[in-house]
Design a protein around this ligand. Structure first.
Ligand code: HEC
Length: 153
């Protein structure tokens, strides 16, 4: 009887620990995730820039779609930076240790990005090229501001 209870307990503890392993991804996995998020950001951000420059013909529907993905990814990025996934734990990362030593500063930069990306998605729906250009510039500033402080070049 006691043996059964303890086996049952062990089982419960085991499944709990599996769950918590899921909740806390491995440092390498977190780095892979955030790099993928930023790959998607770039994939969608770059064509808007190319259209603004005139390298590619302007396509309002494509701009609106790309801007929507950038906005979504801006919301998905932060969770890719769990504690302990910095350069001392992950070999293949450009994330600086300052992200975690100045977490509120990093969060603020992410929040700037989210705000400007949301505005870009909003403006893009309207299709006004001049407004899109201005808002693209503001959004690009938020990428640069964060990379300058928190990403190795
Ligand atoms: C709040 C901070 C922050 C903002 C905002 C931000 N980035 Fe980054 N970005 C990073 C960090 C940190 C890394 C390095 C991640 C790593 O290597 O683990 C990165 C990596 C990247 C990468 C390389 C991904 C790879 O494959 O390694 C690209 C491309 C990129 N960012 C593009 C952008 C663009 C474009 C924007 C704006 C539209 C942007 N980022 C906004 C912090 C930011």
């Amino acid at each position: 009887m006691i043996k059964q209870i303890s086996i049952g307990l062990t089982g419960a503890l085991l499944s709990l620990s599996m769950l918590s392993a899921q909740a806390a991804p491995k440092p390498d996995e977190a780095a892979e995730y955030r790099q993928s998020v930023f790959t998607v950001v770039k994939w969608n951000f770059a064509p808007i820039g190319a259209m603004i420059k005139g390298d590619v013909p302007f396509d309002a529907a494509a701009v609106a779609r790309h801007a929507q993905y950038v906005e979504m990814m801006s919301k998905a990025a932060l969770e890719g930076f769990p504690k302990g996934s910095g350069p001392d734990a992950v070999k293949d990362t450009e994330a600086k240790a300052e992200i975690w030593s100045n977490w509120s500063g990093f969060e603020a930069k992410m929040s700037d990005f989210q705000k400007e990306a949301a505005k870009l998605a909003e403006v893009a729906k309207g299709g006004d090229q001049a407004a899109i250009k201005a808002q693209f510039g503001k959004t690009a500033e938020t990428c640069k501001a964060c990379h300058k402080e928190f990403r190795k070049d």
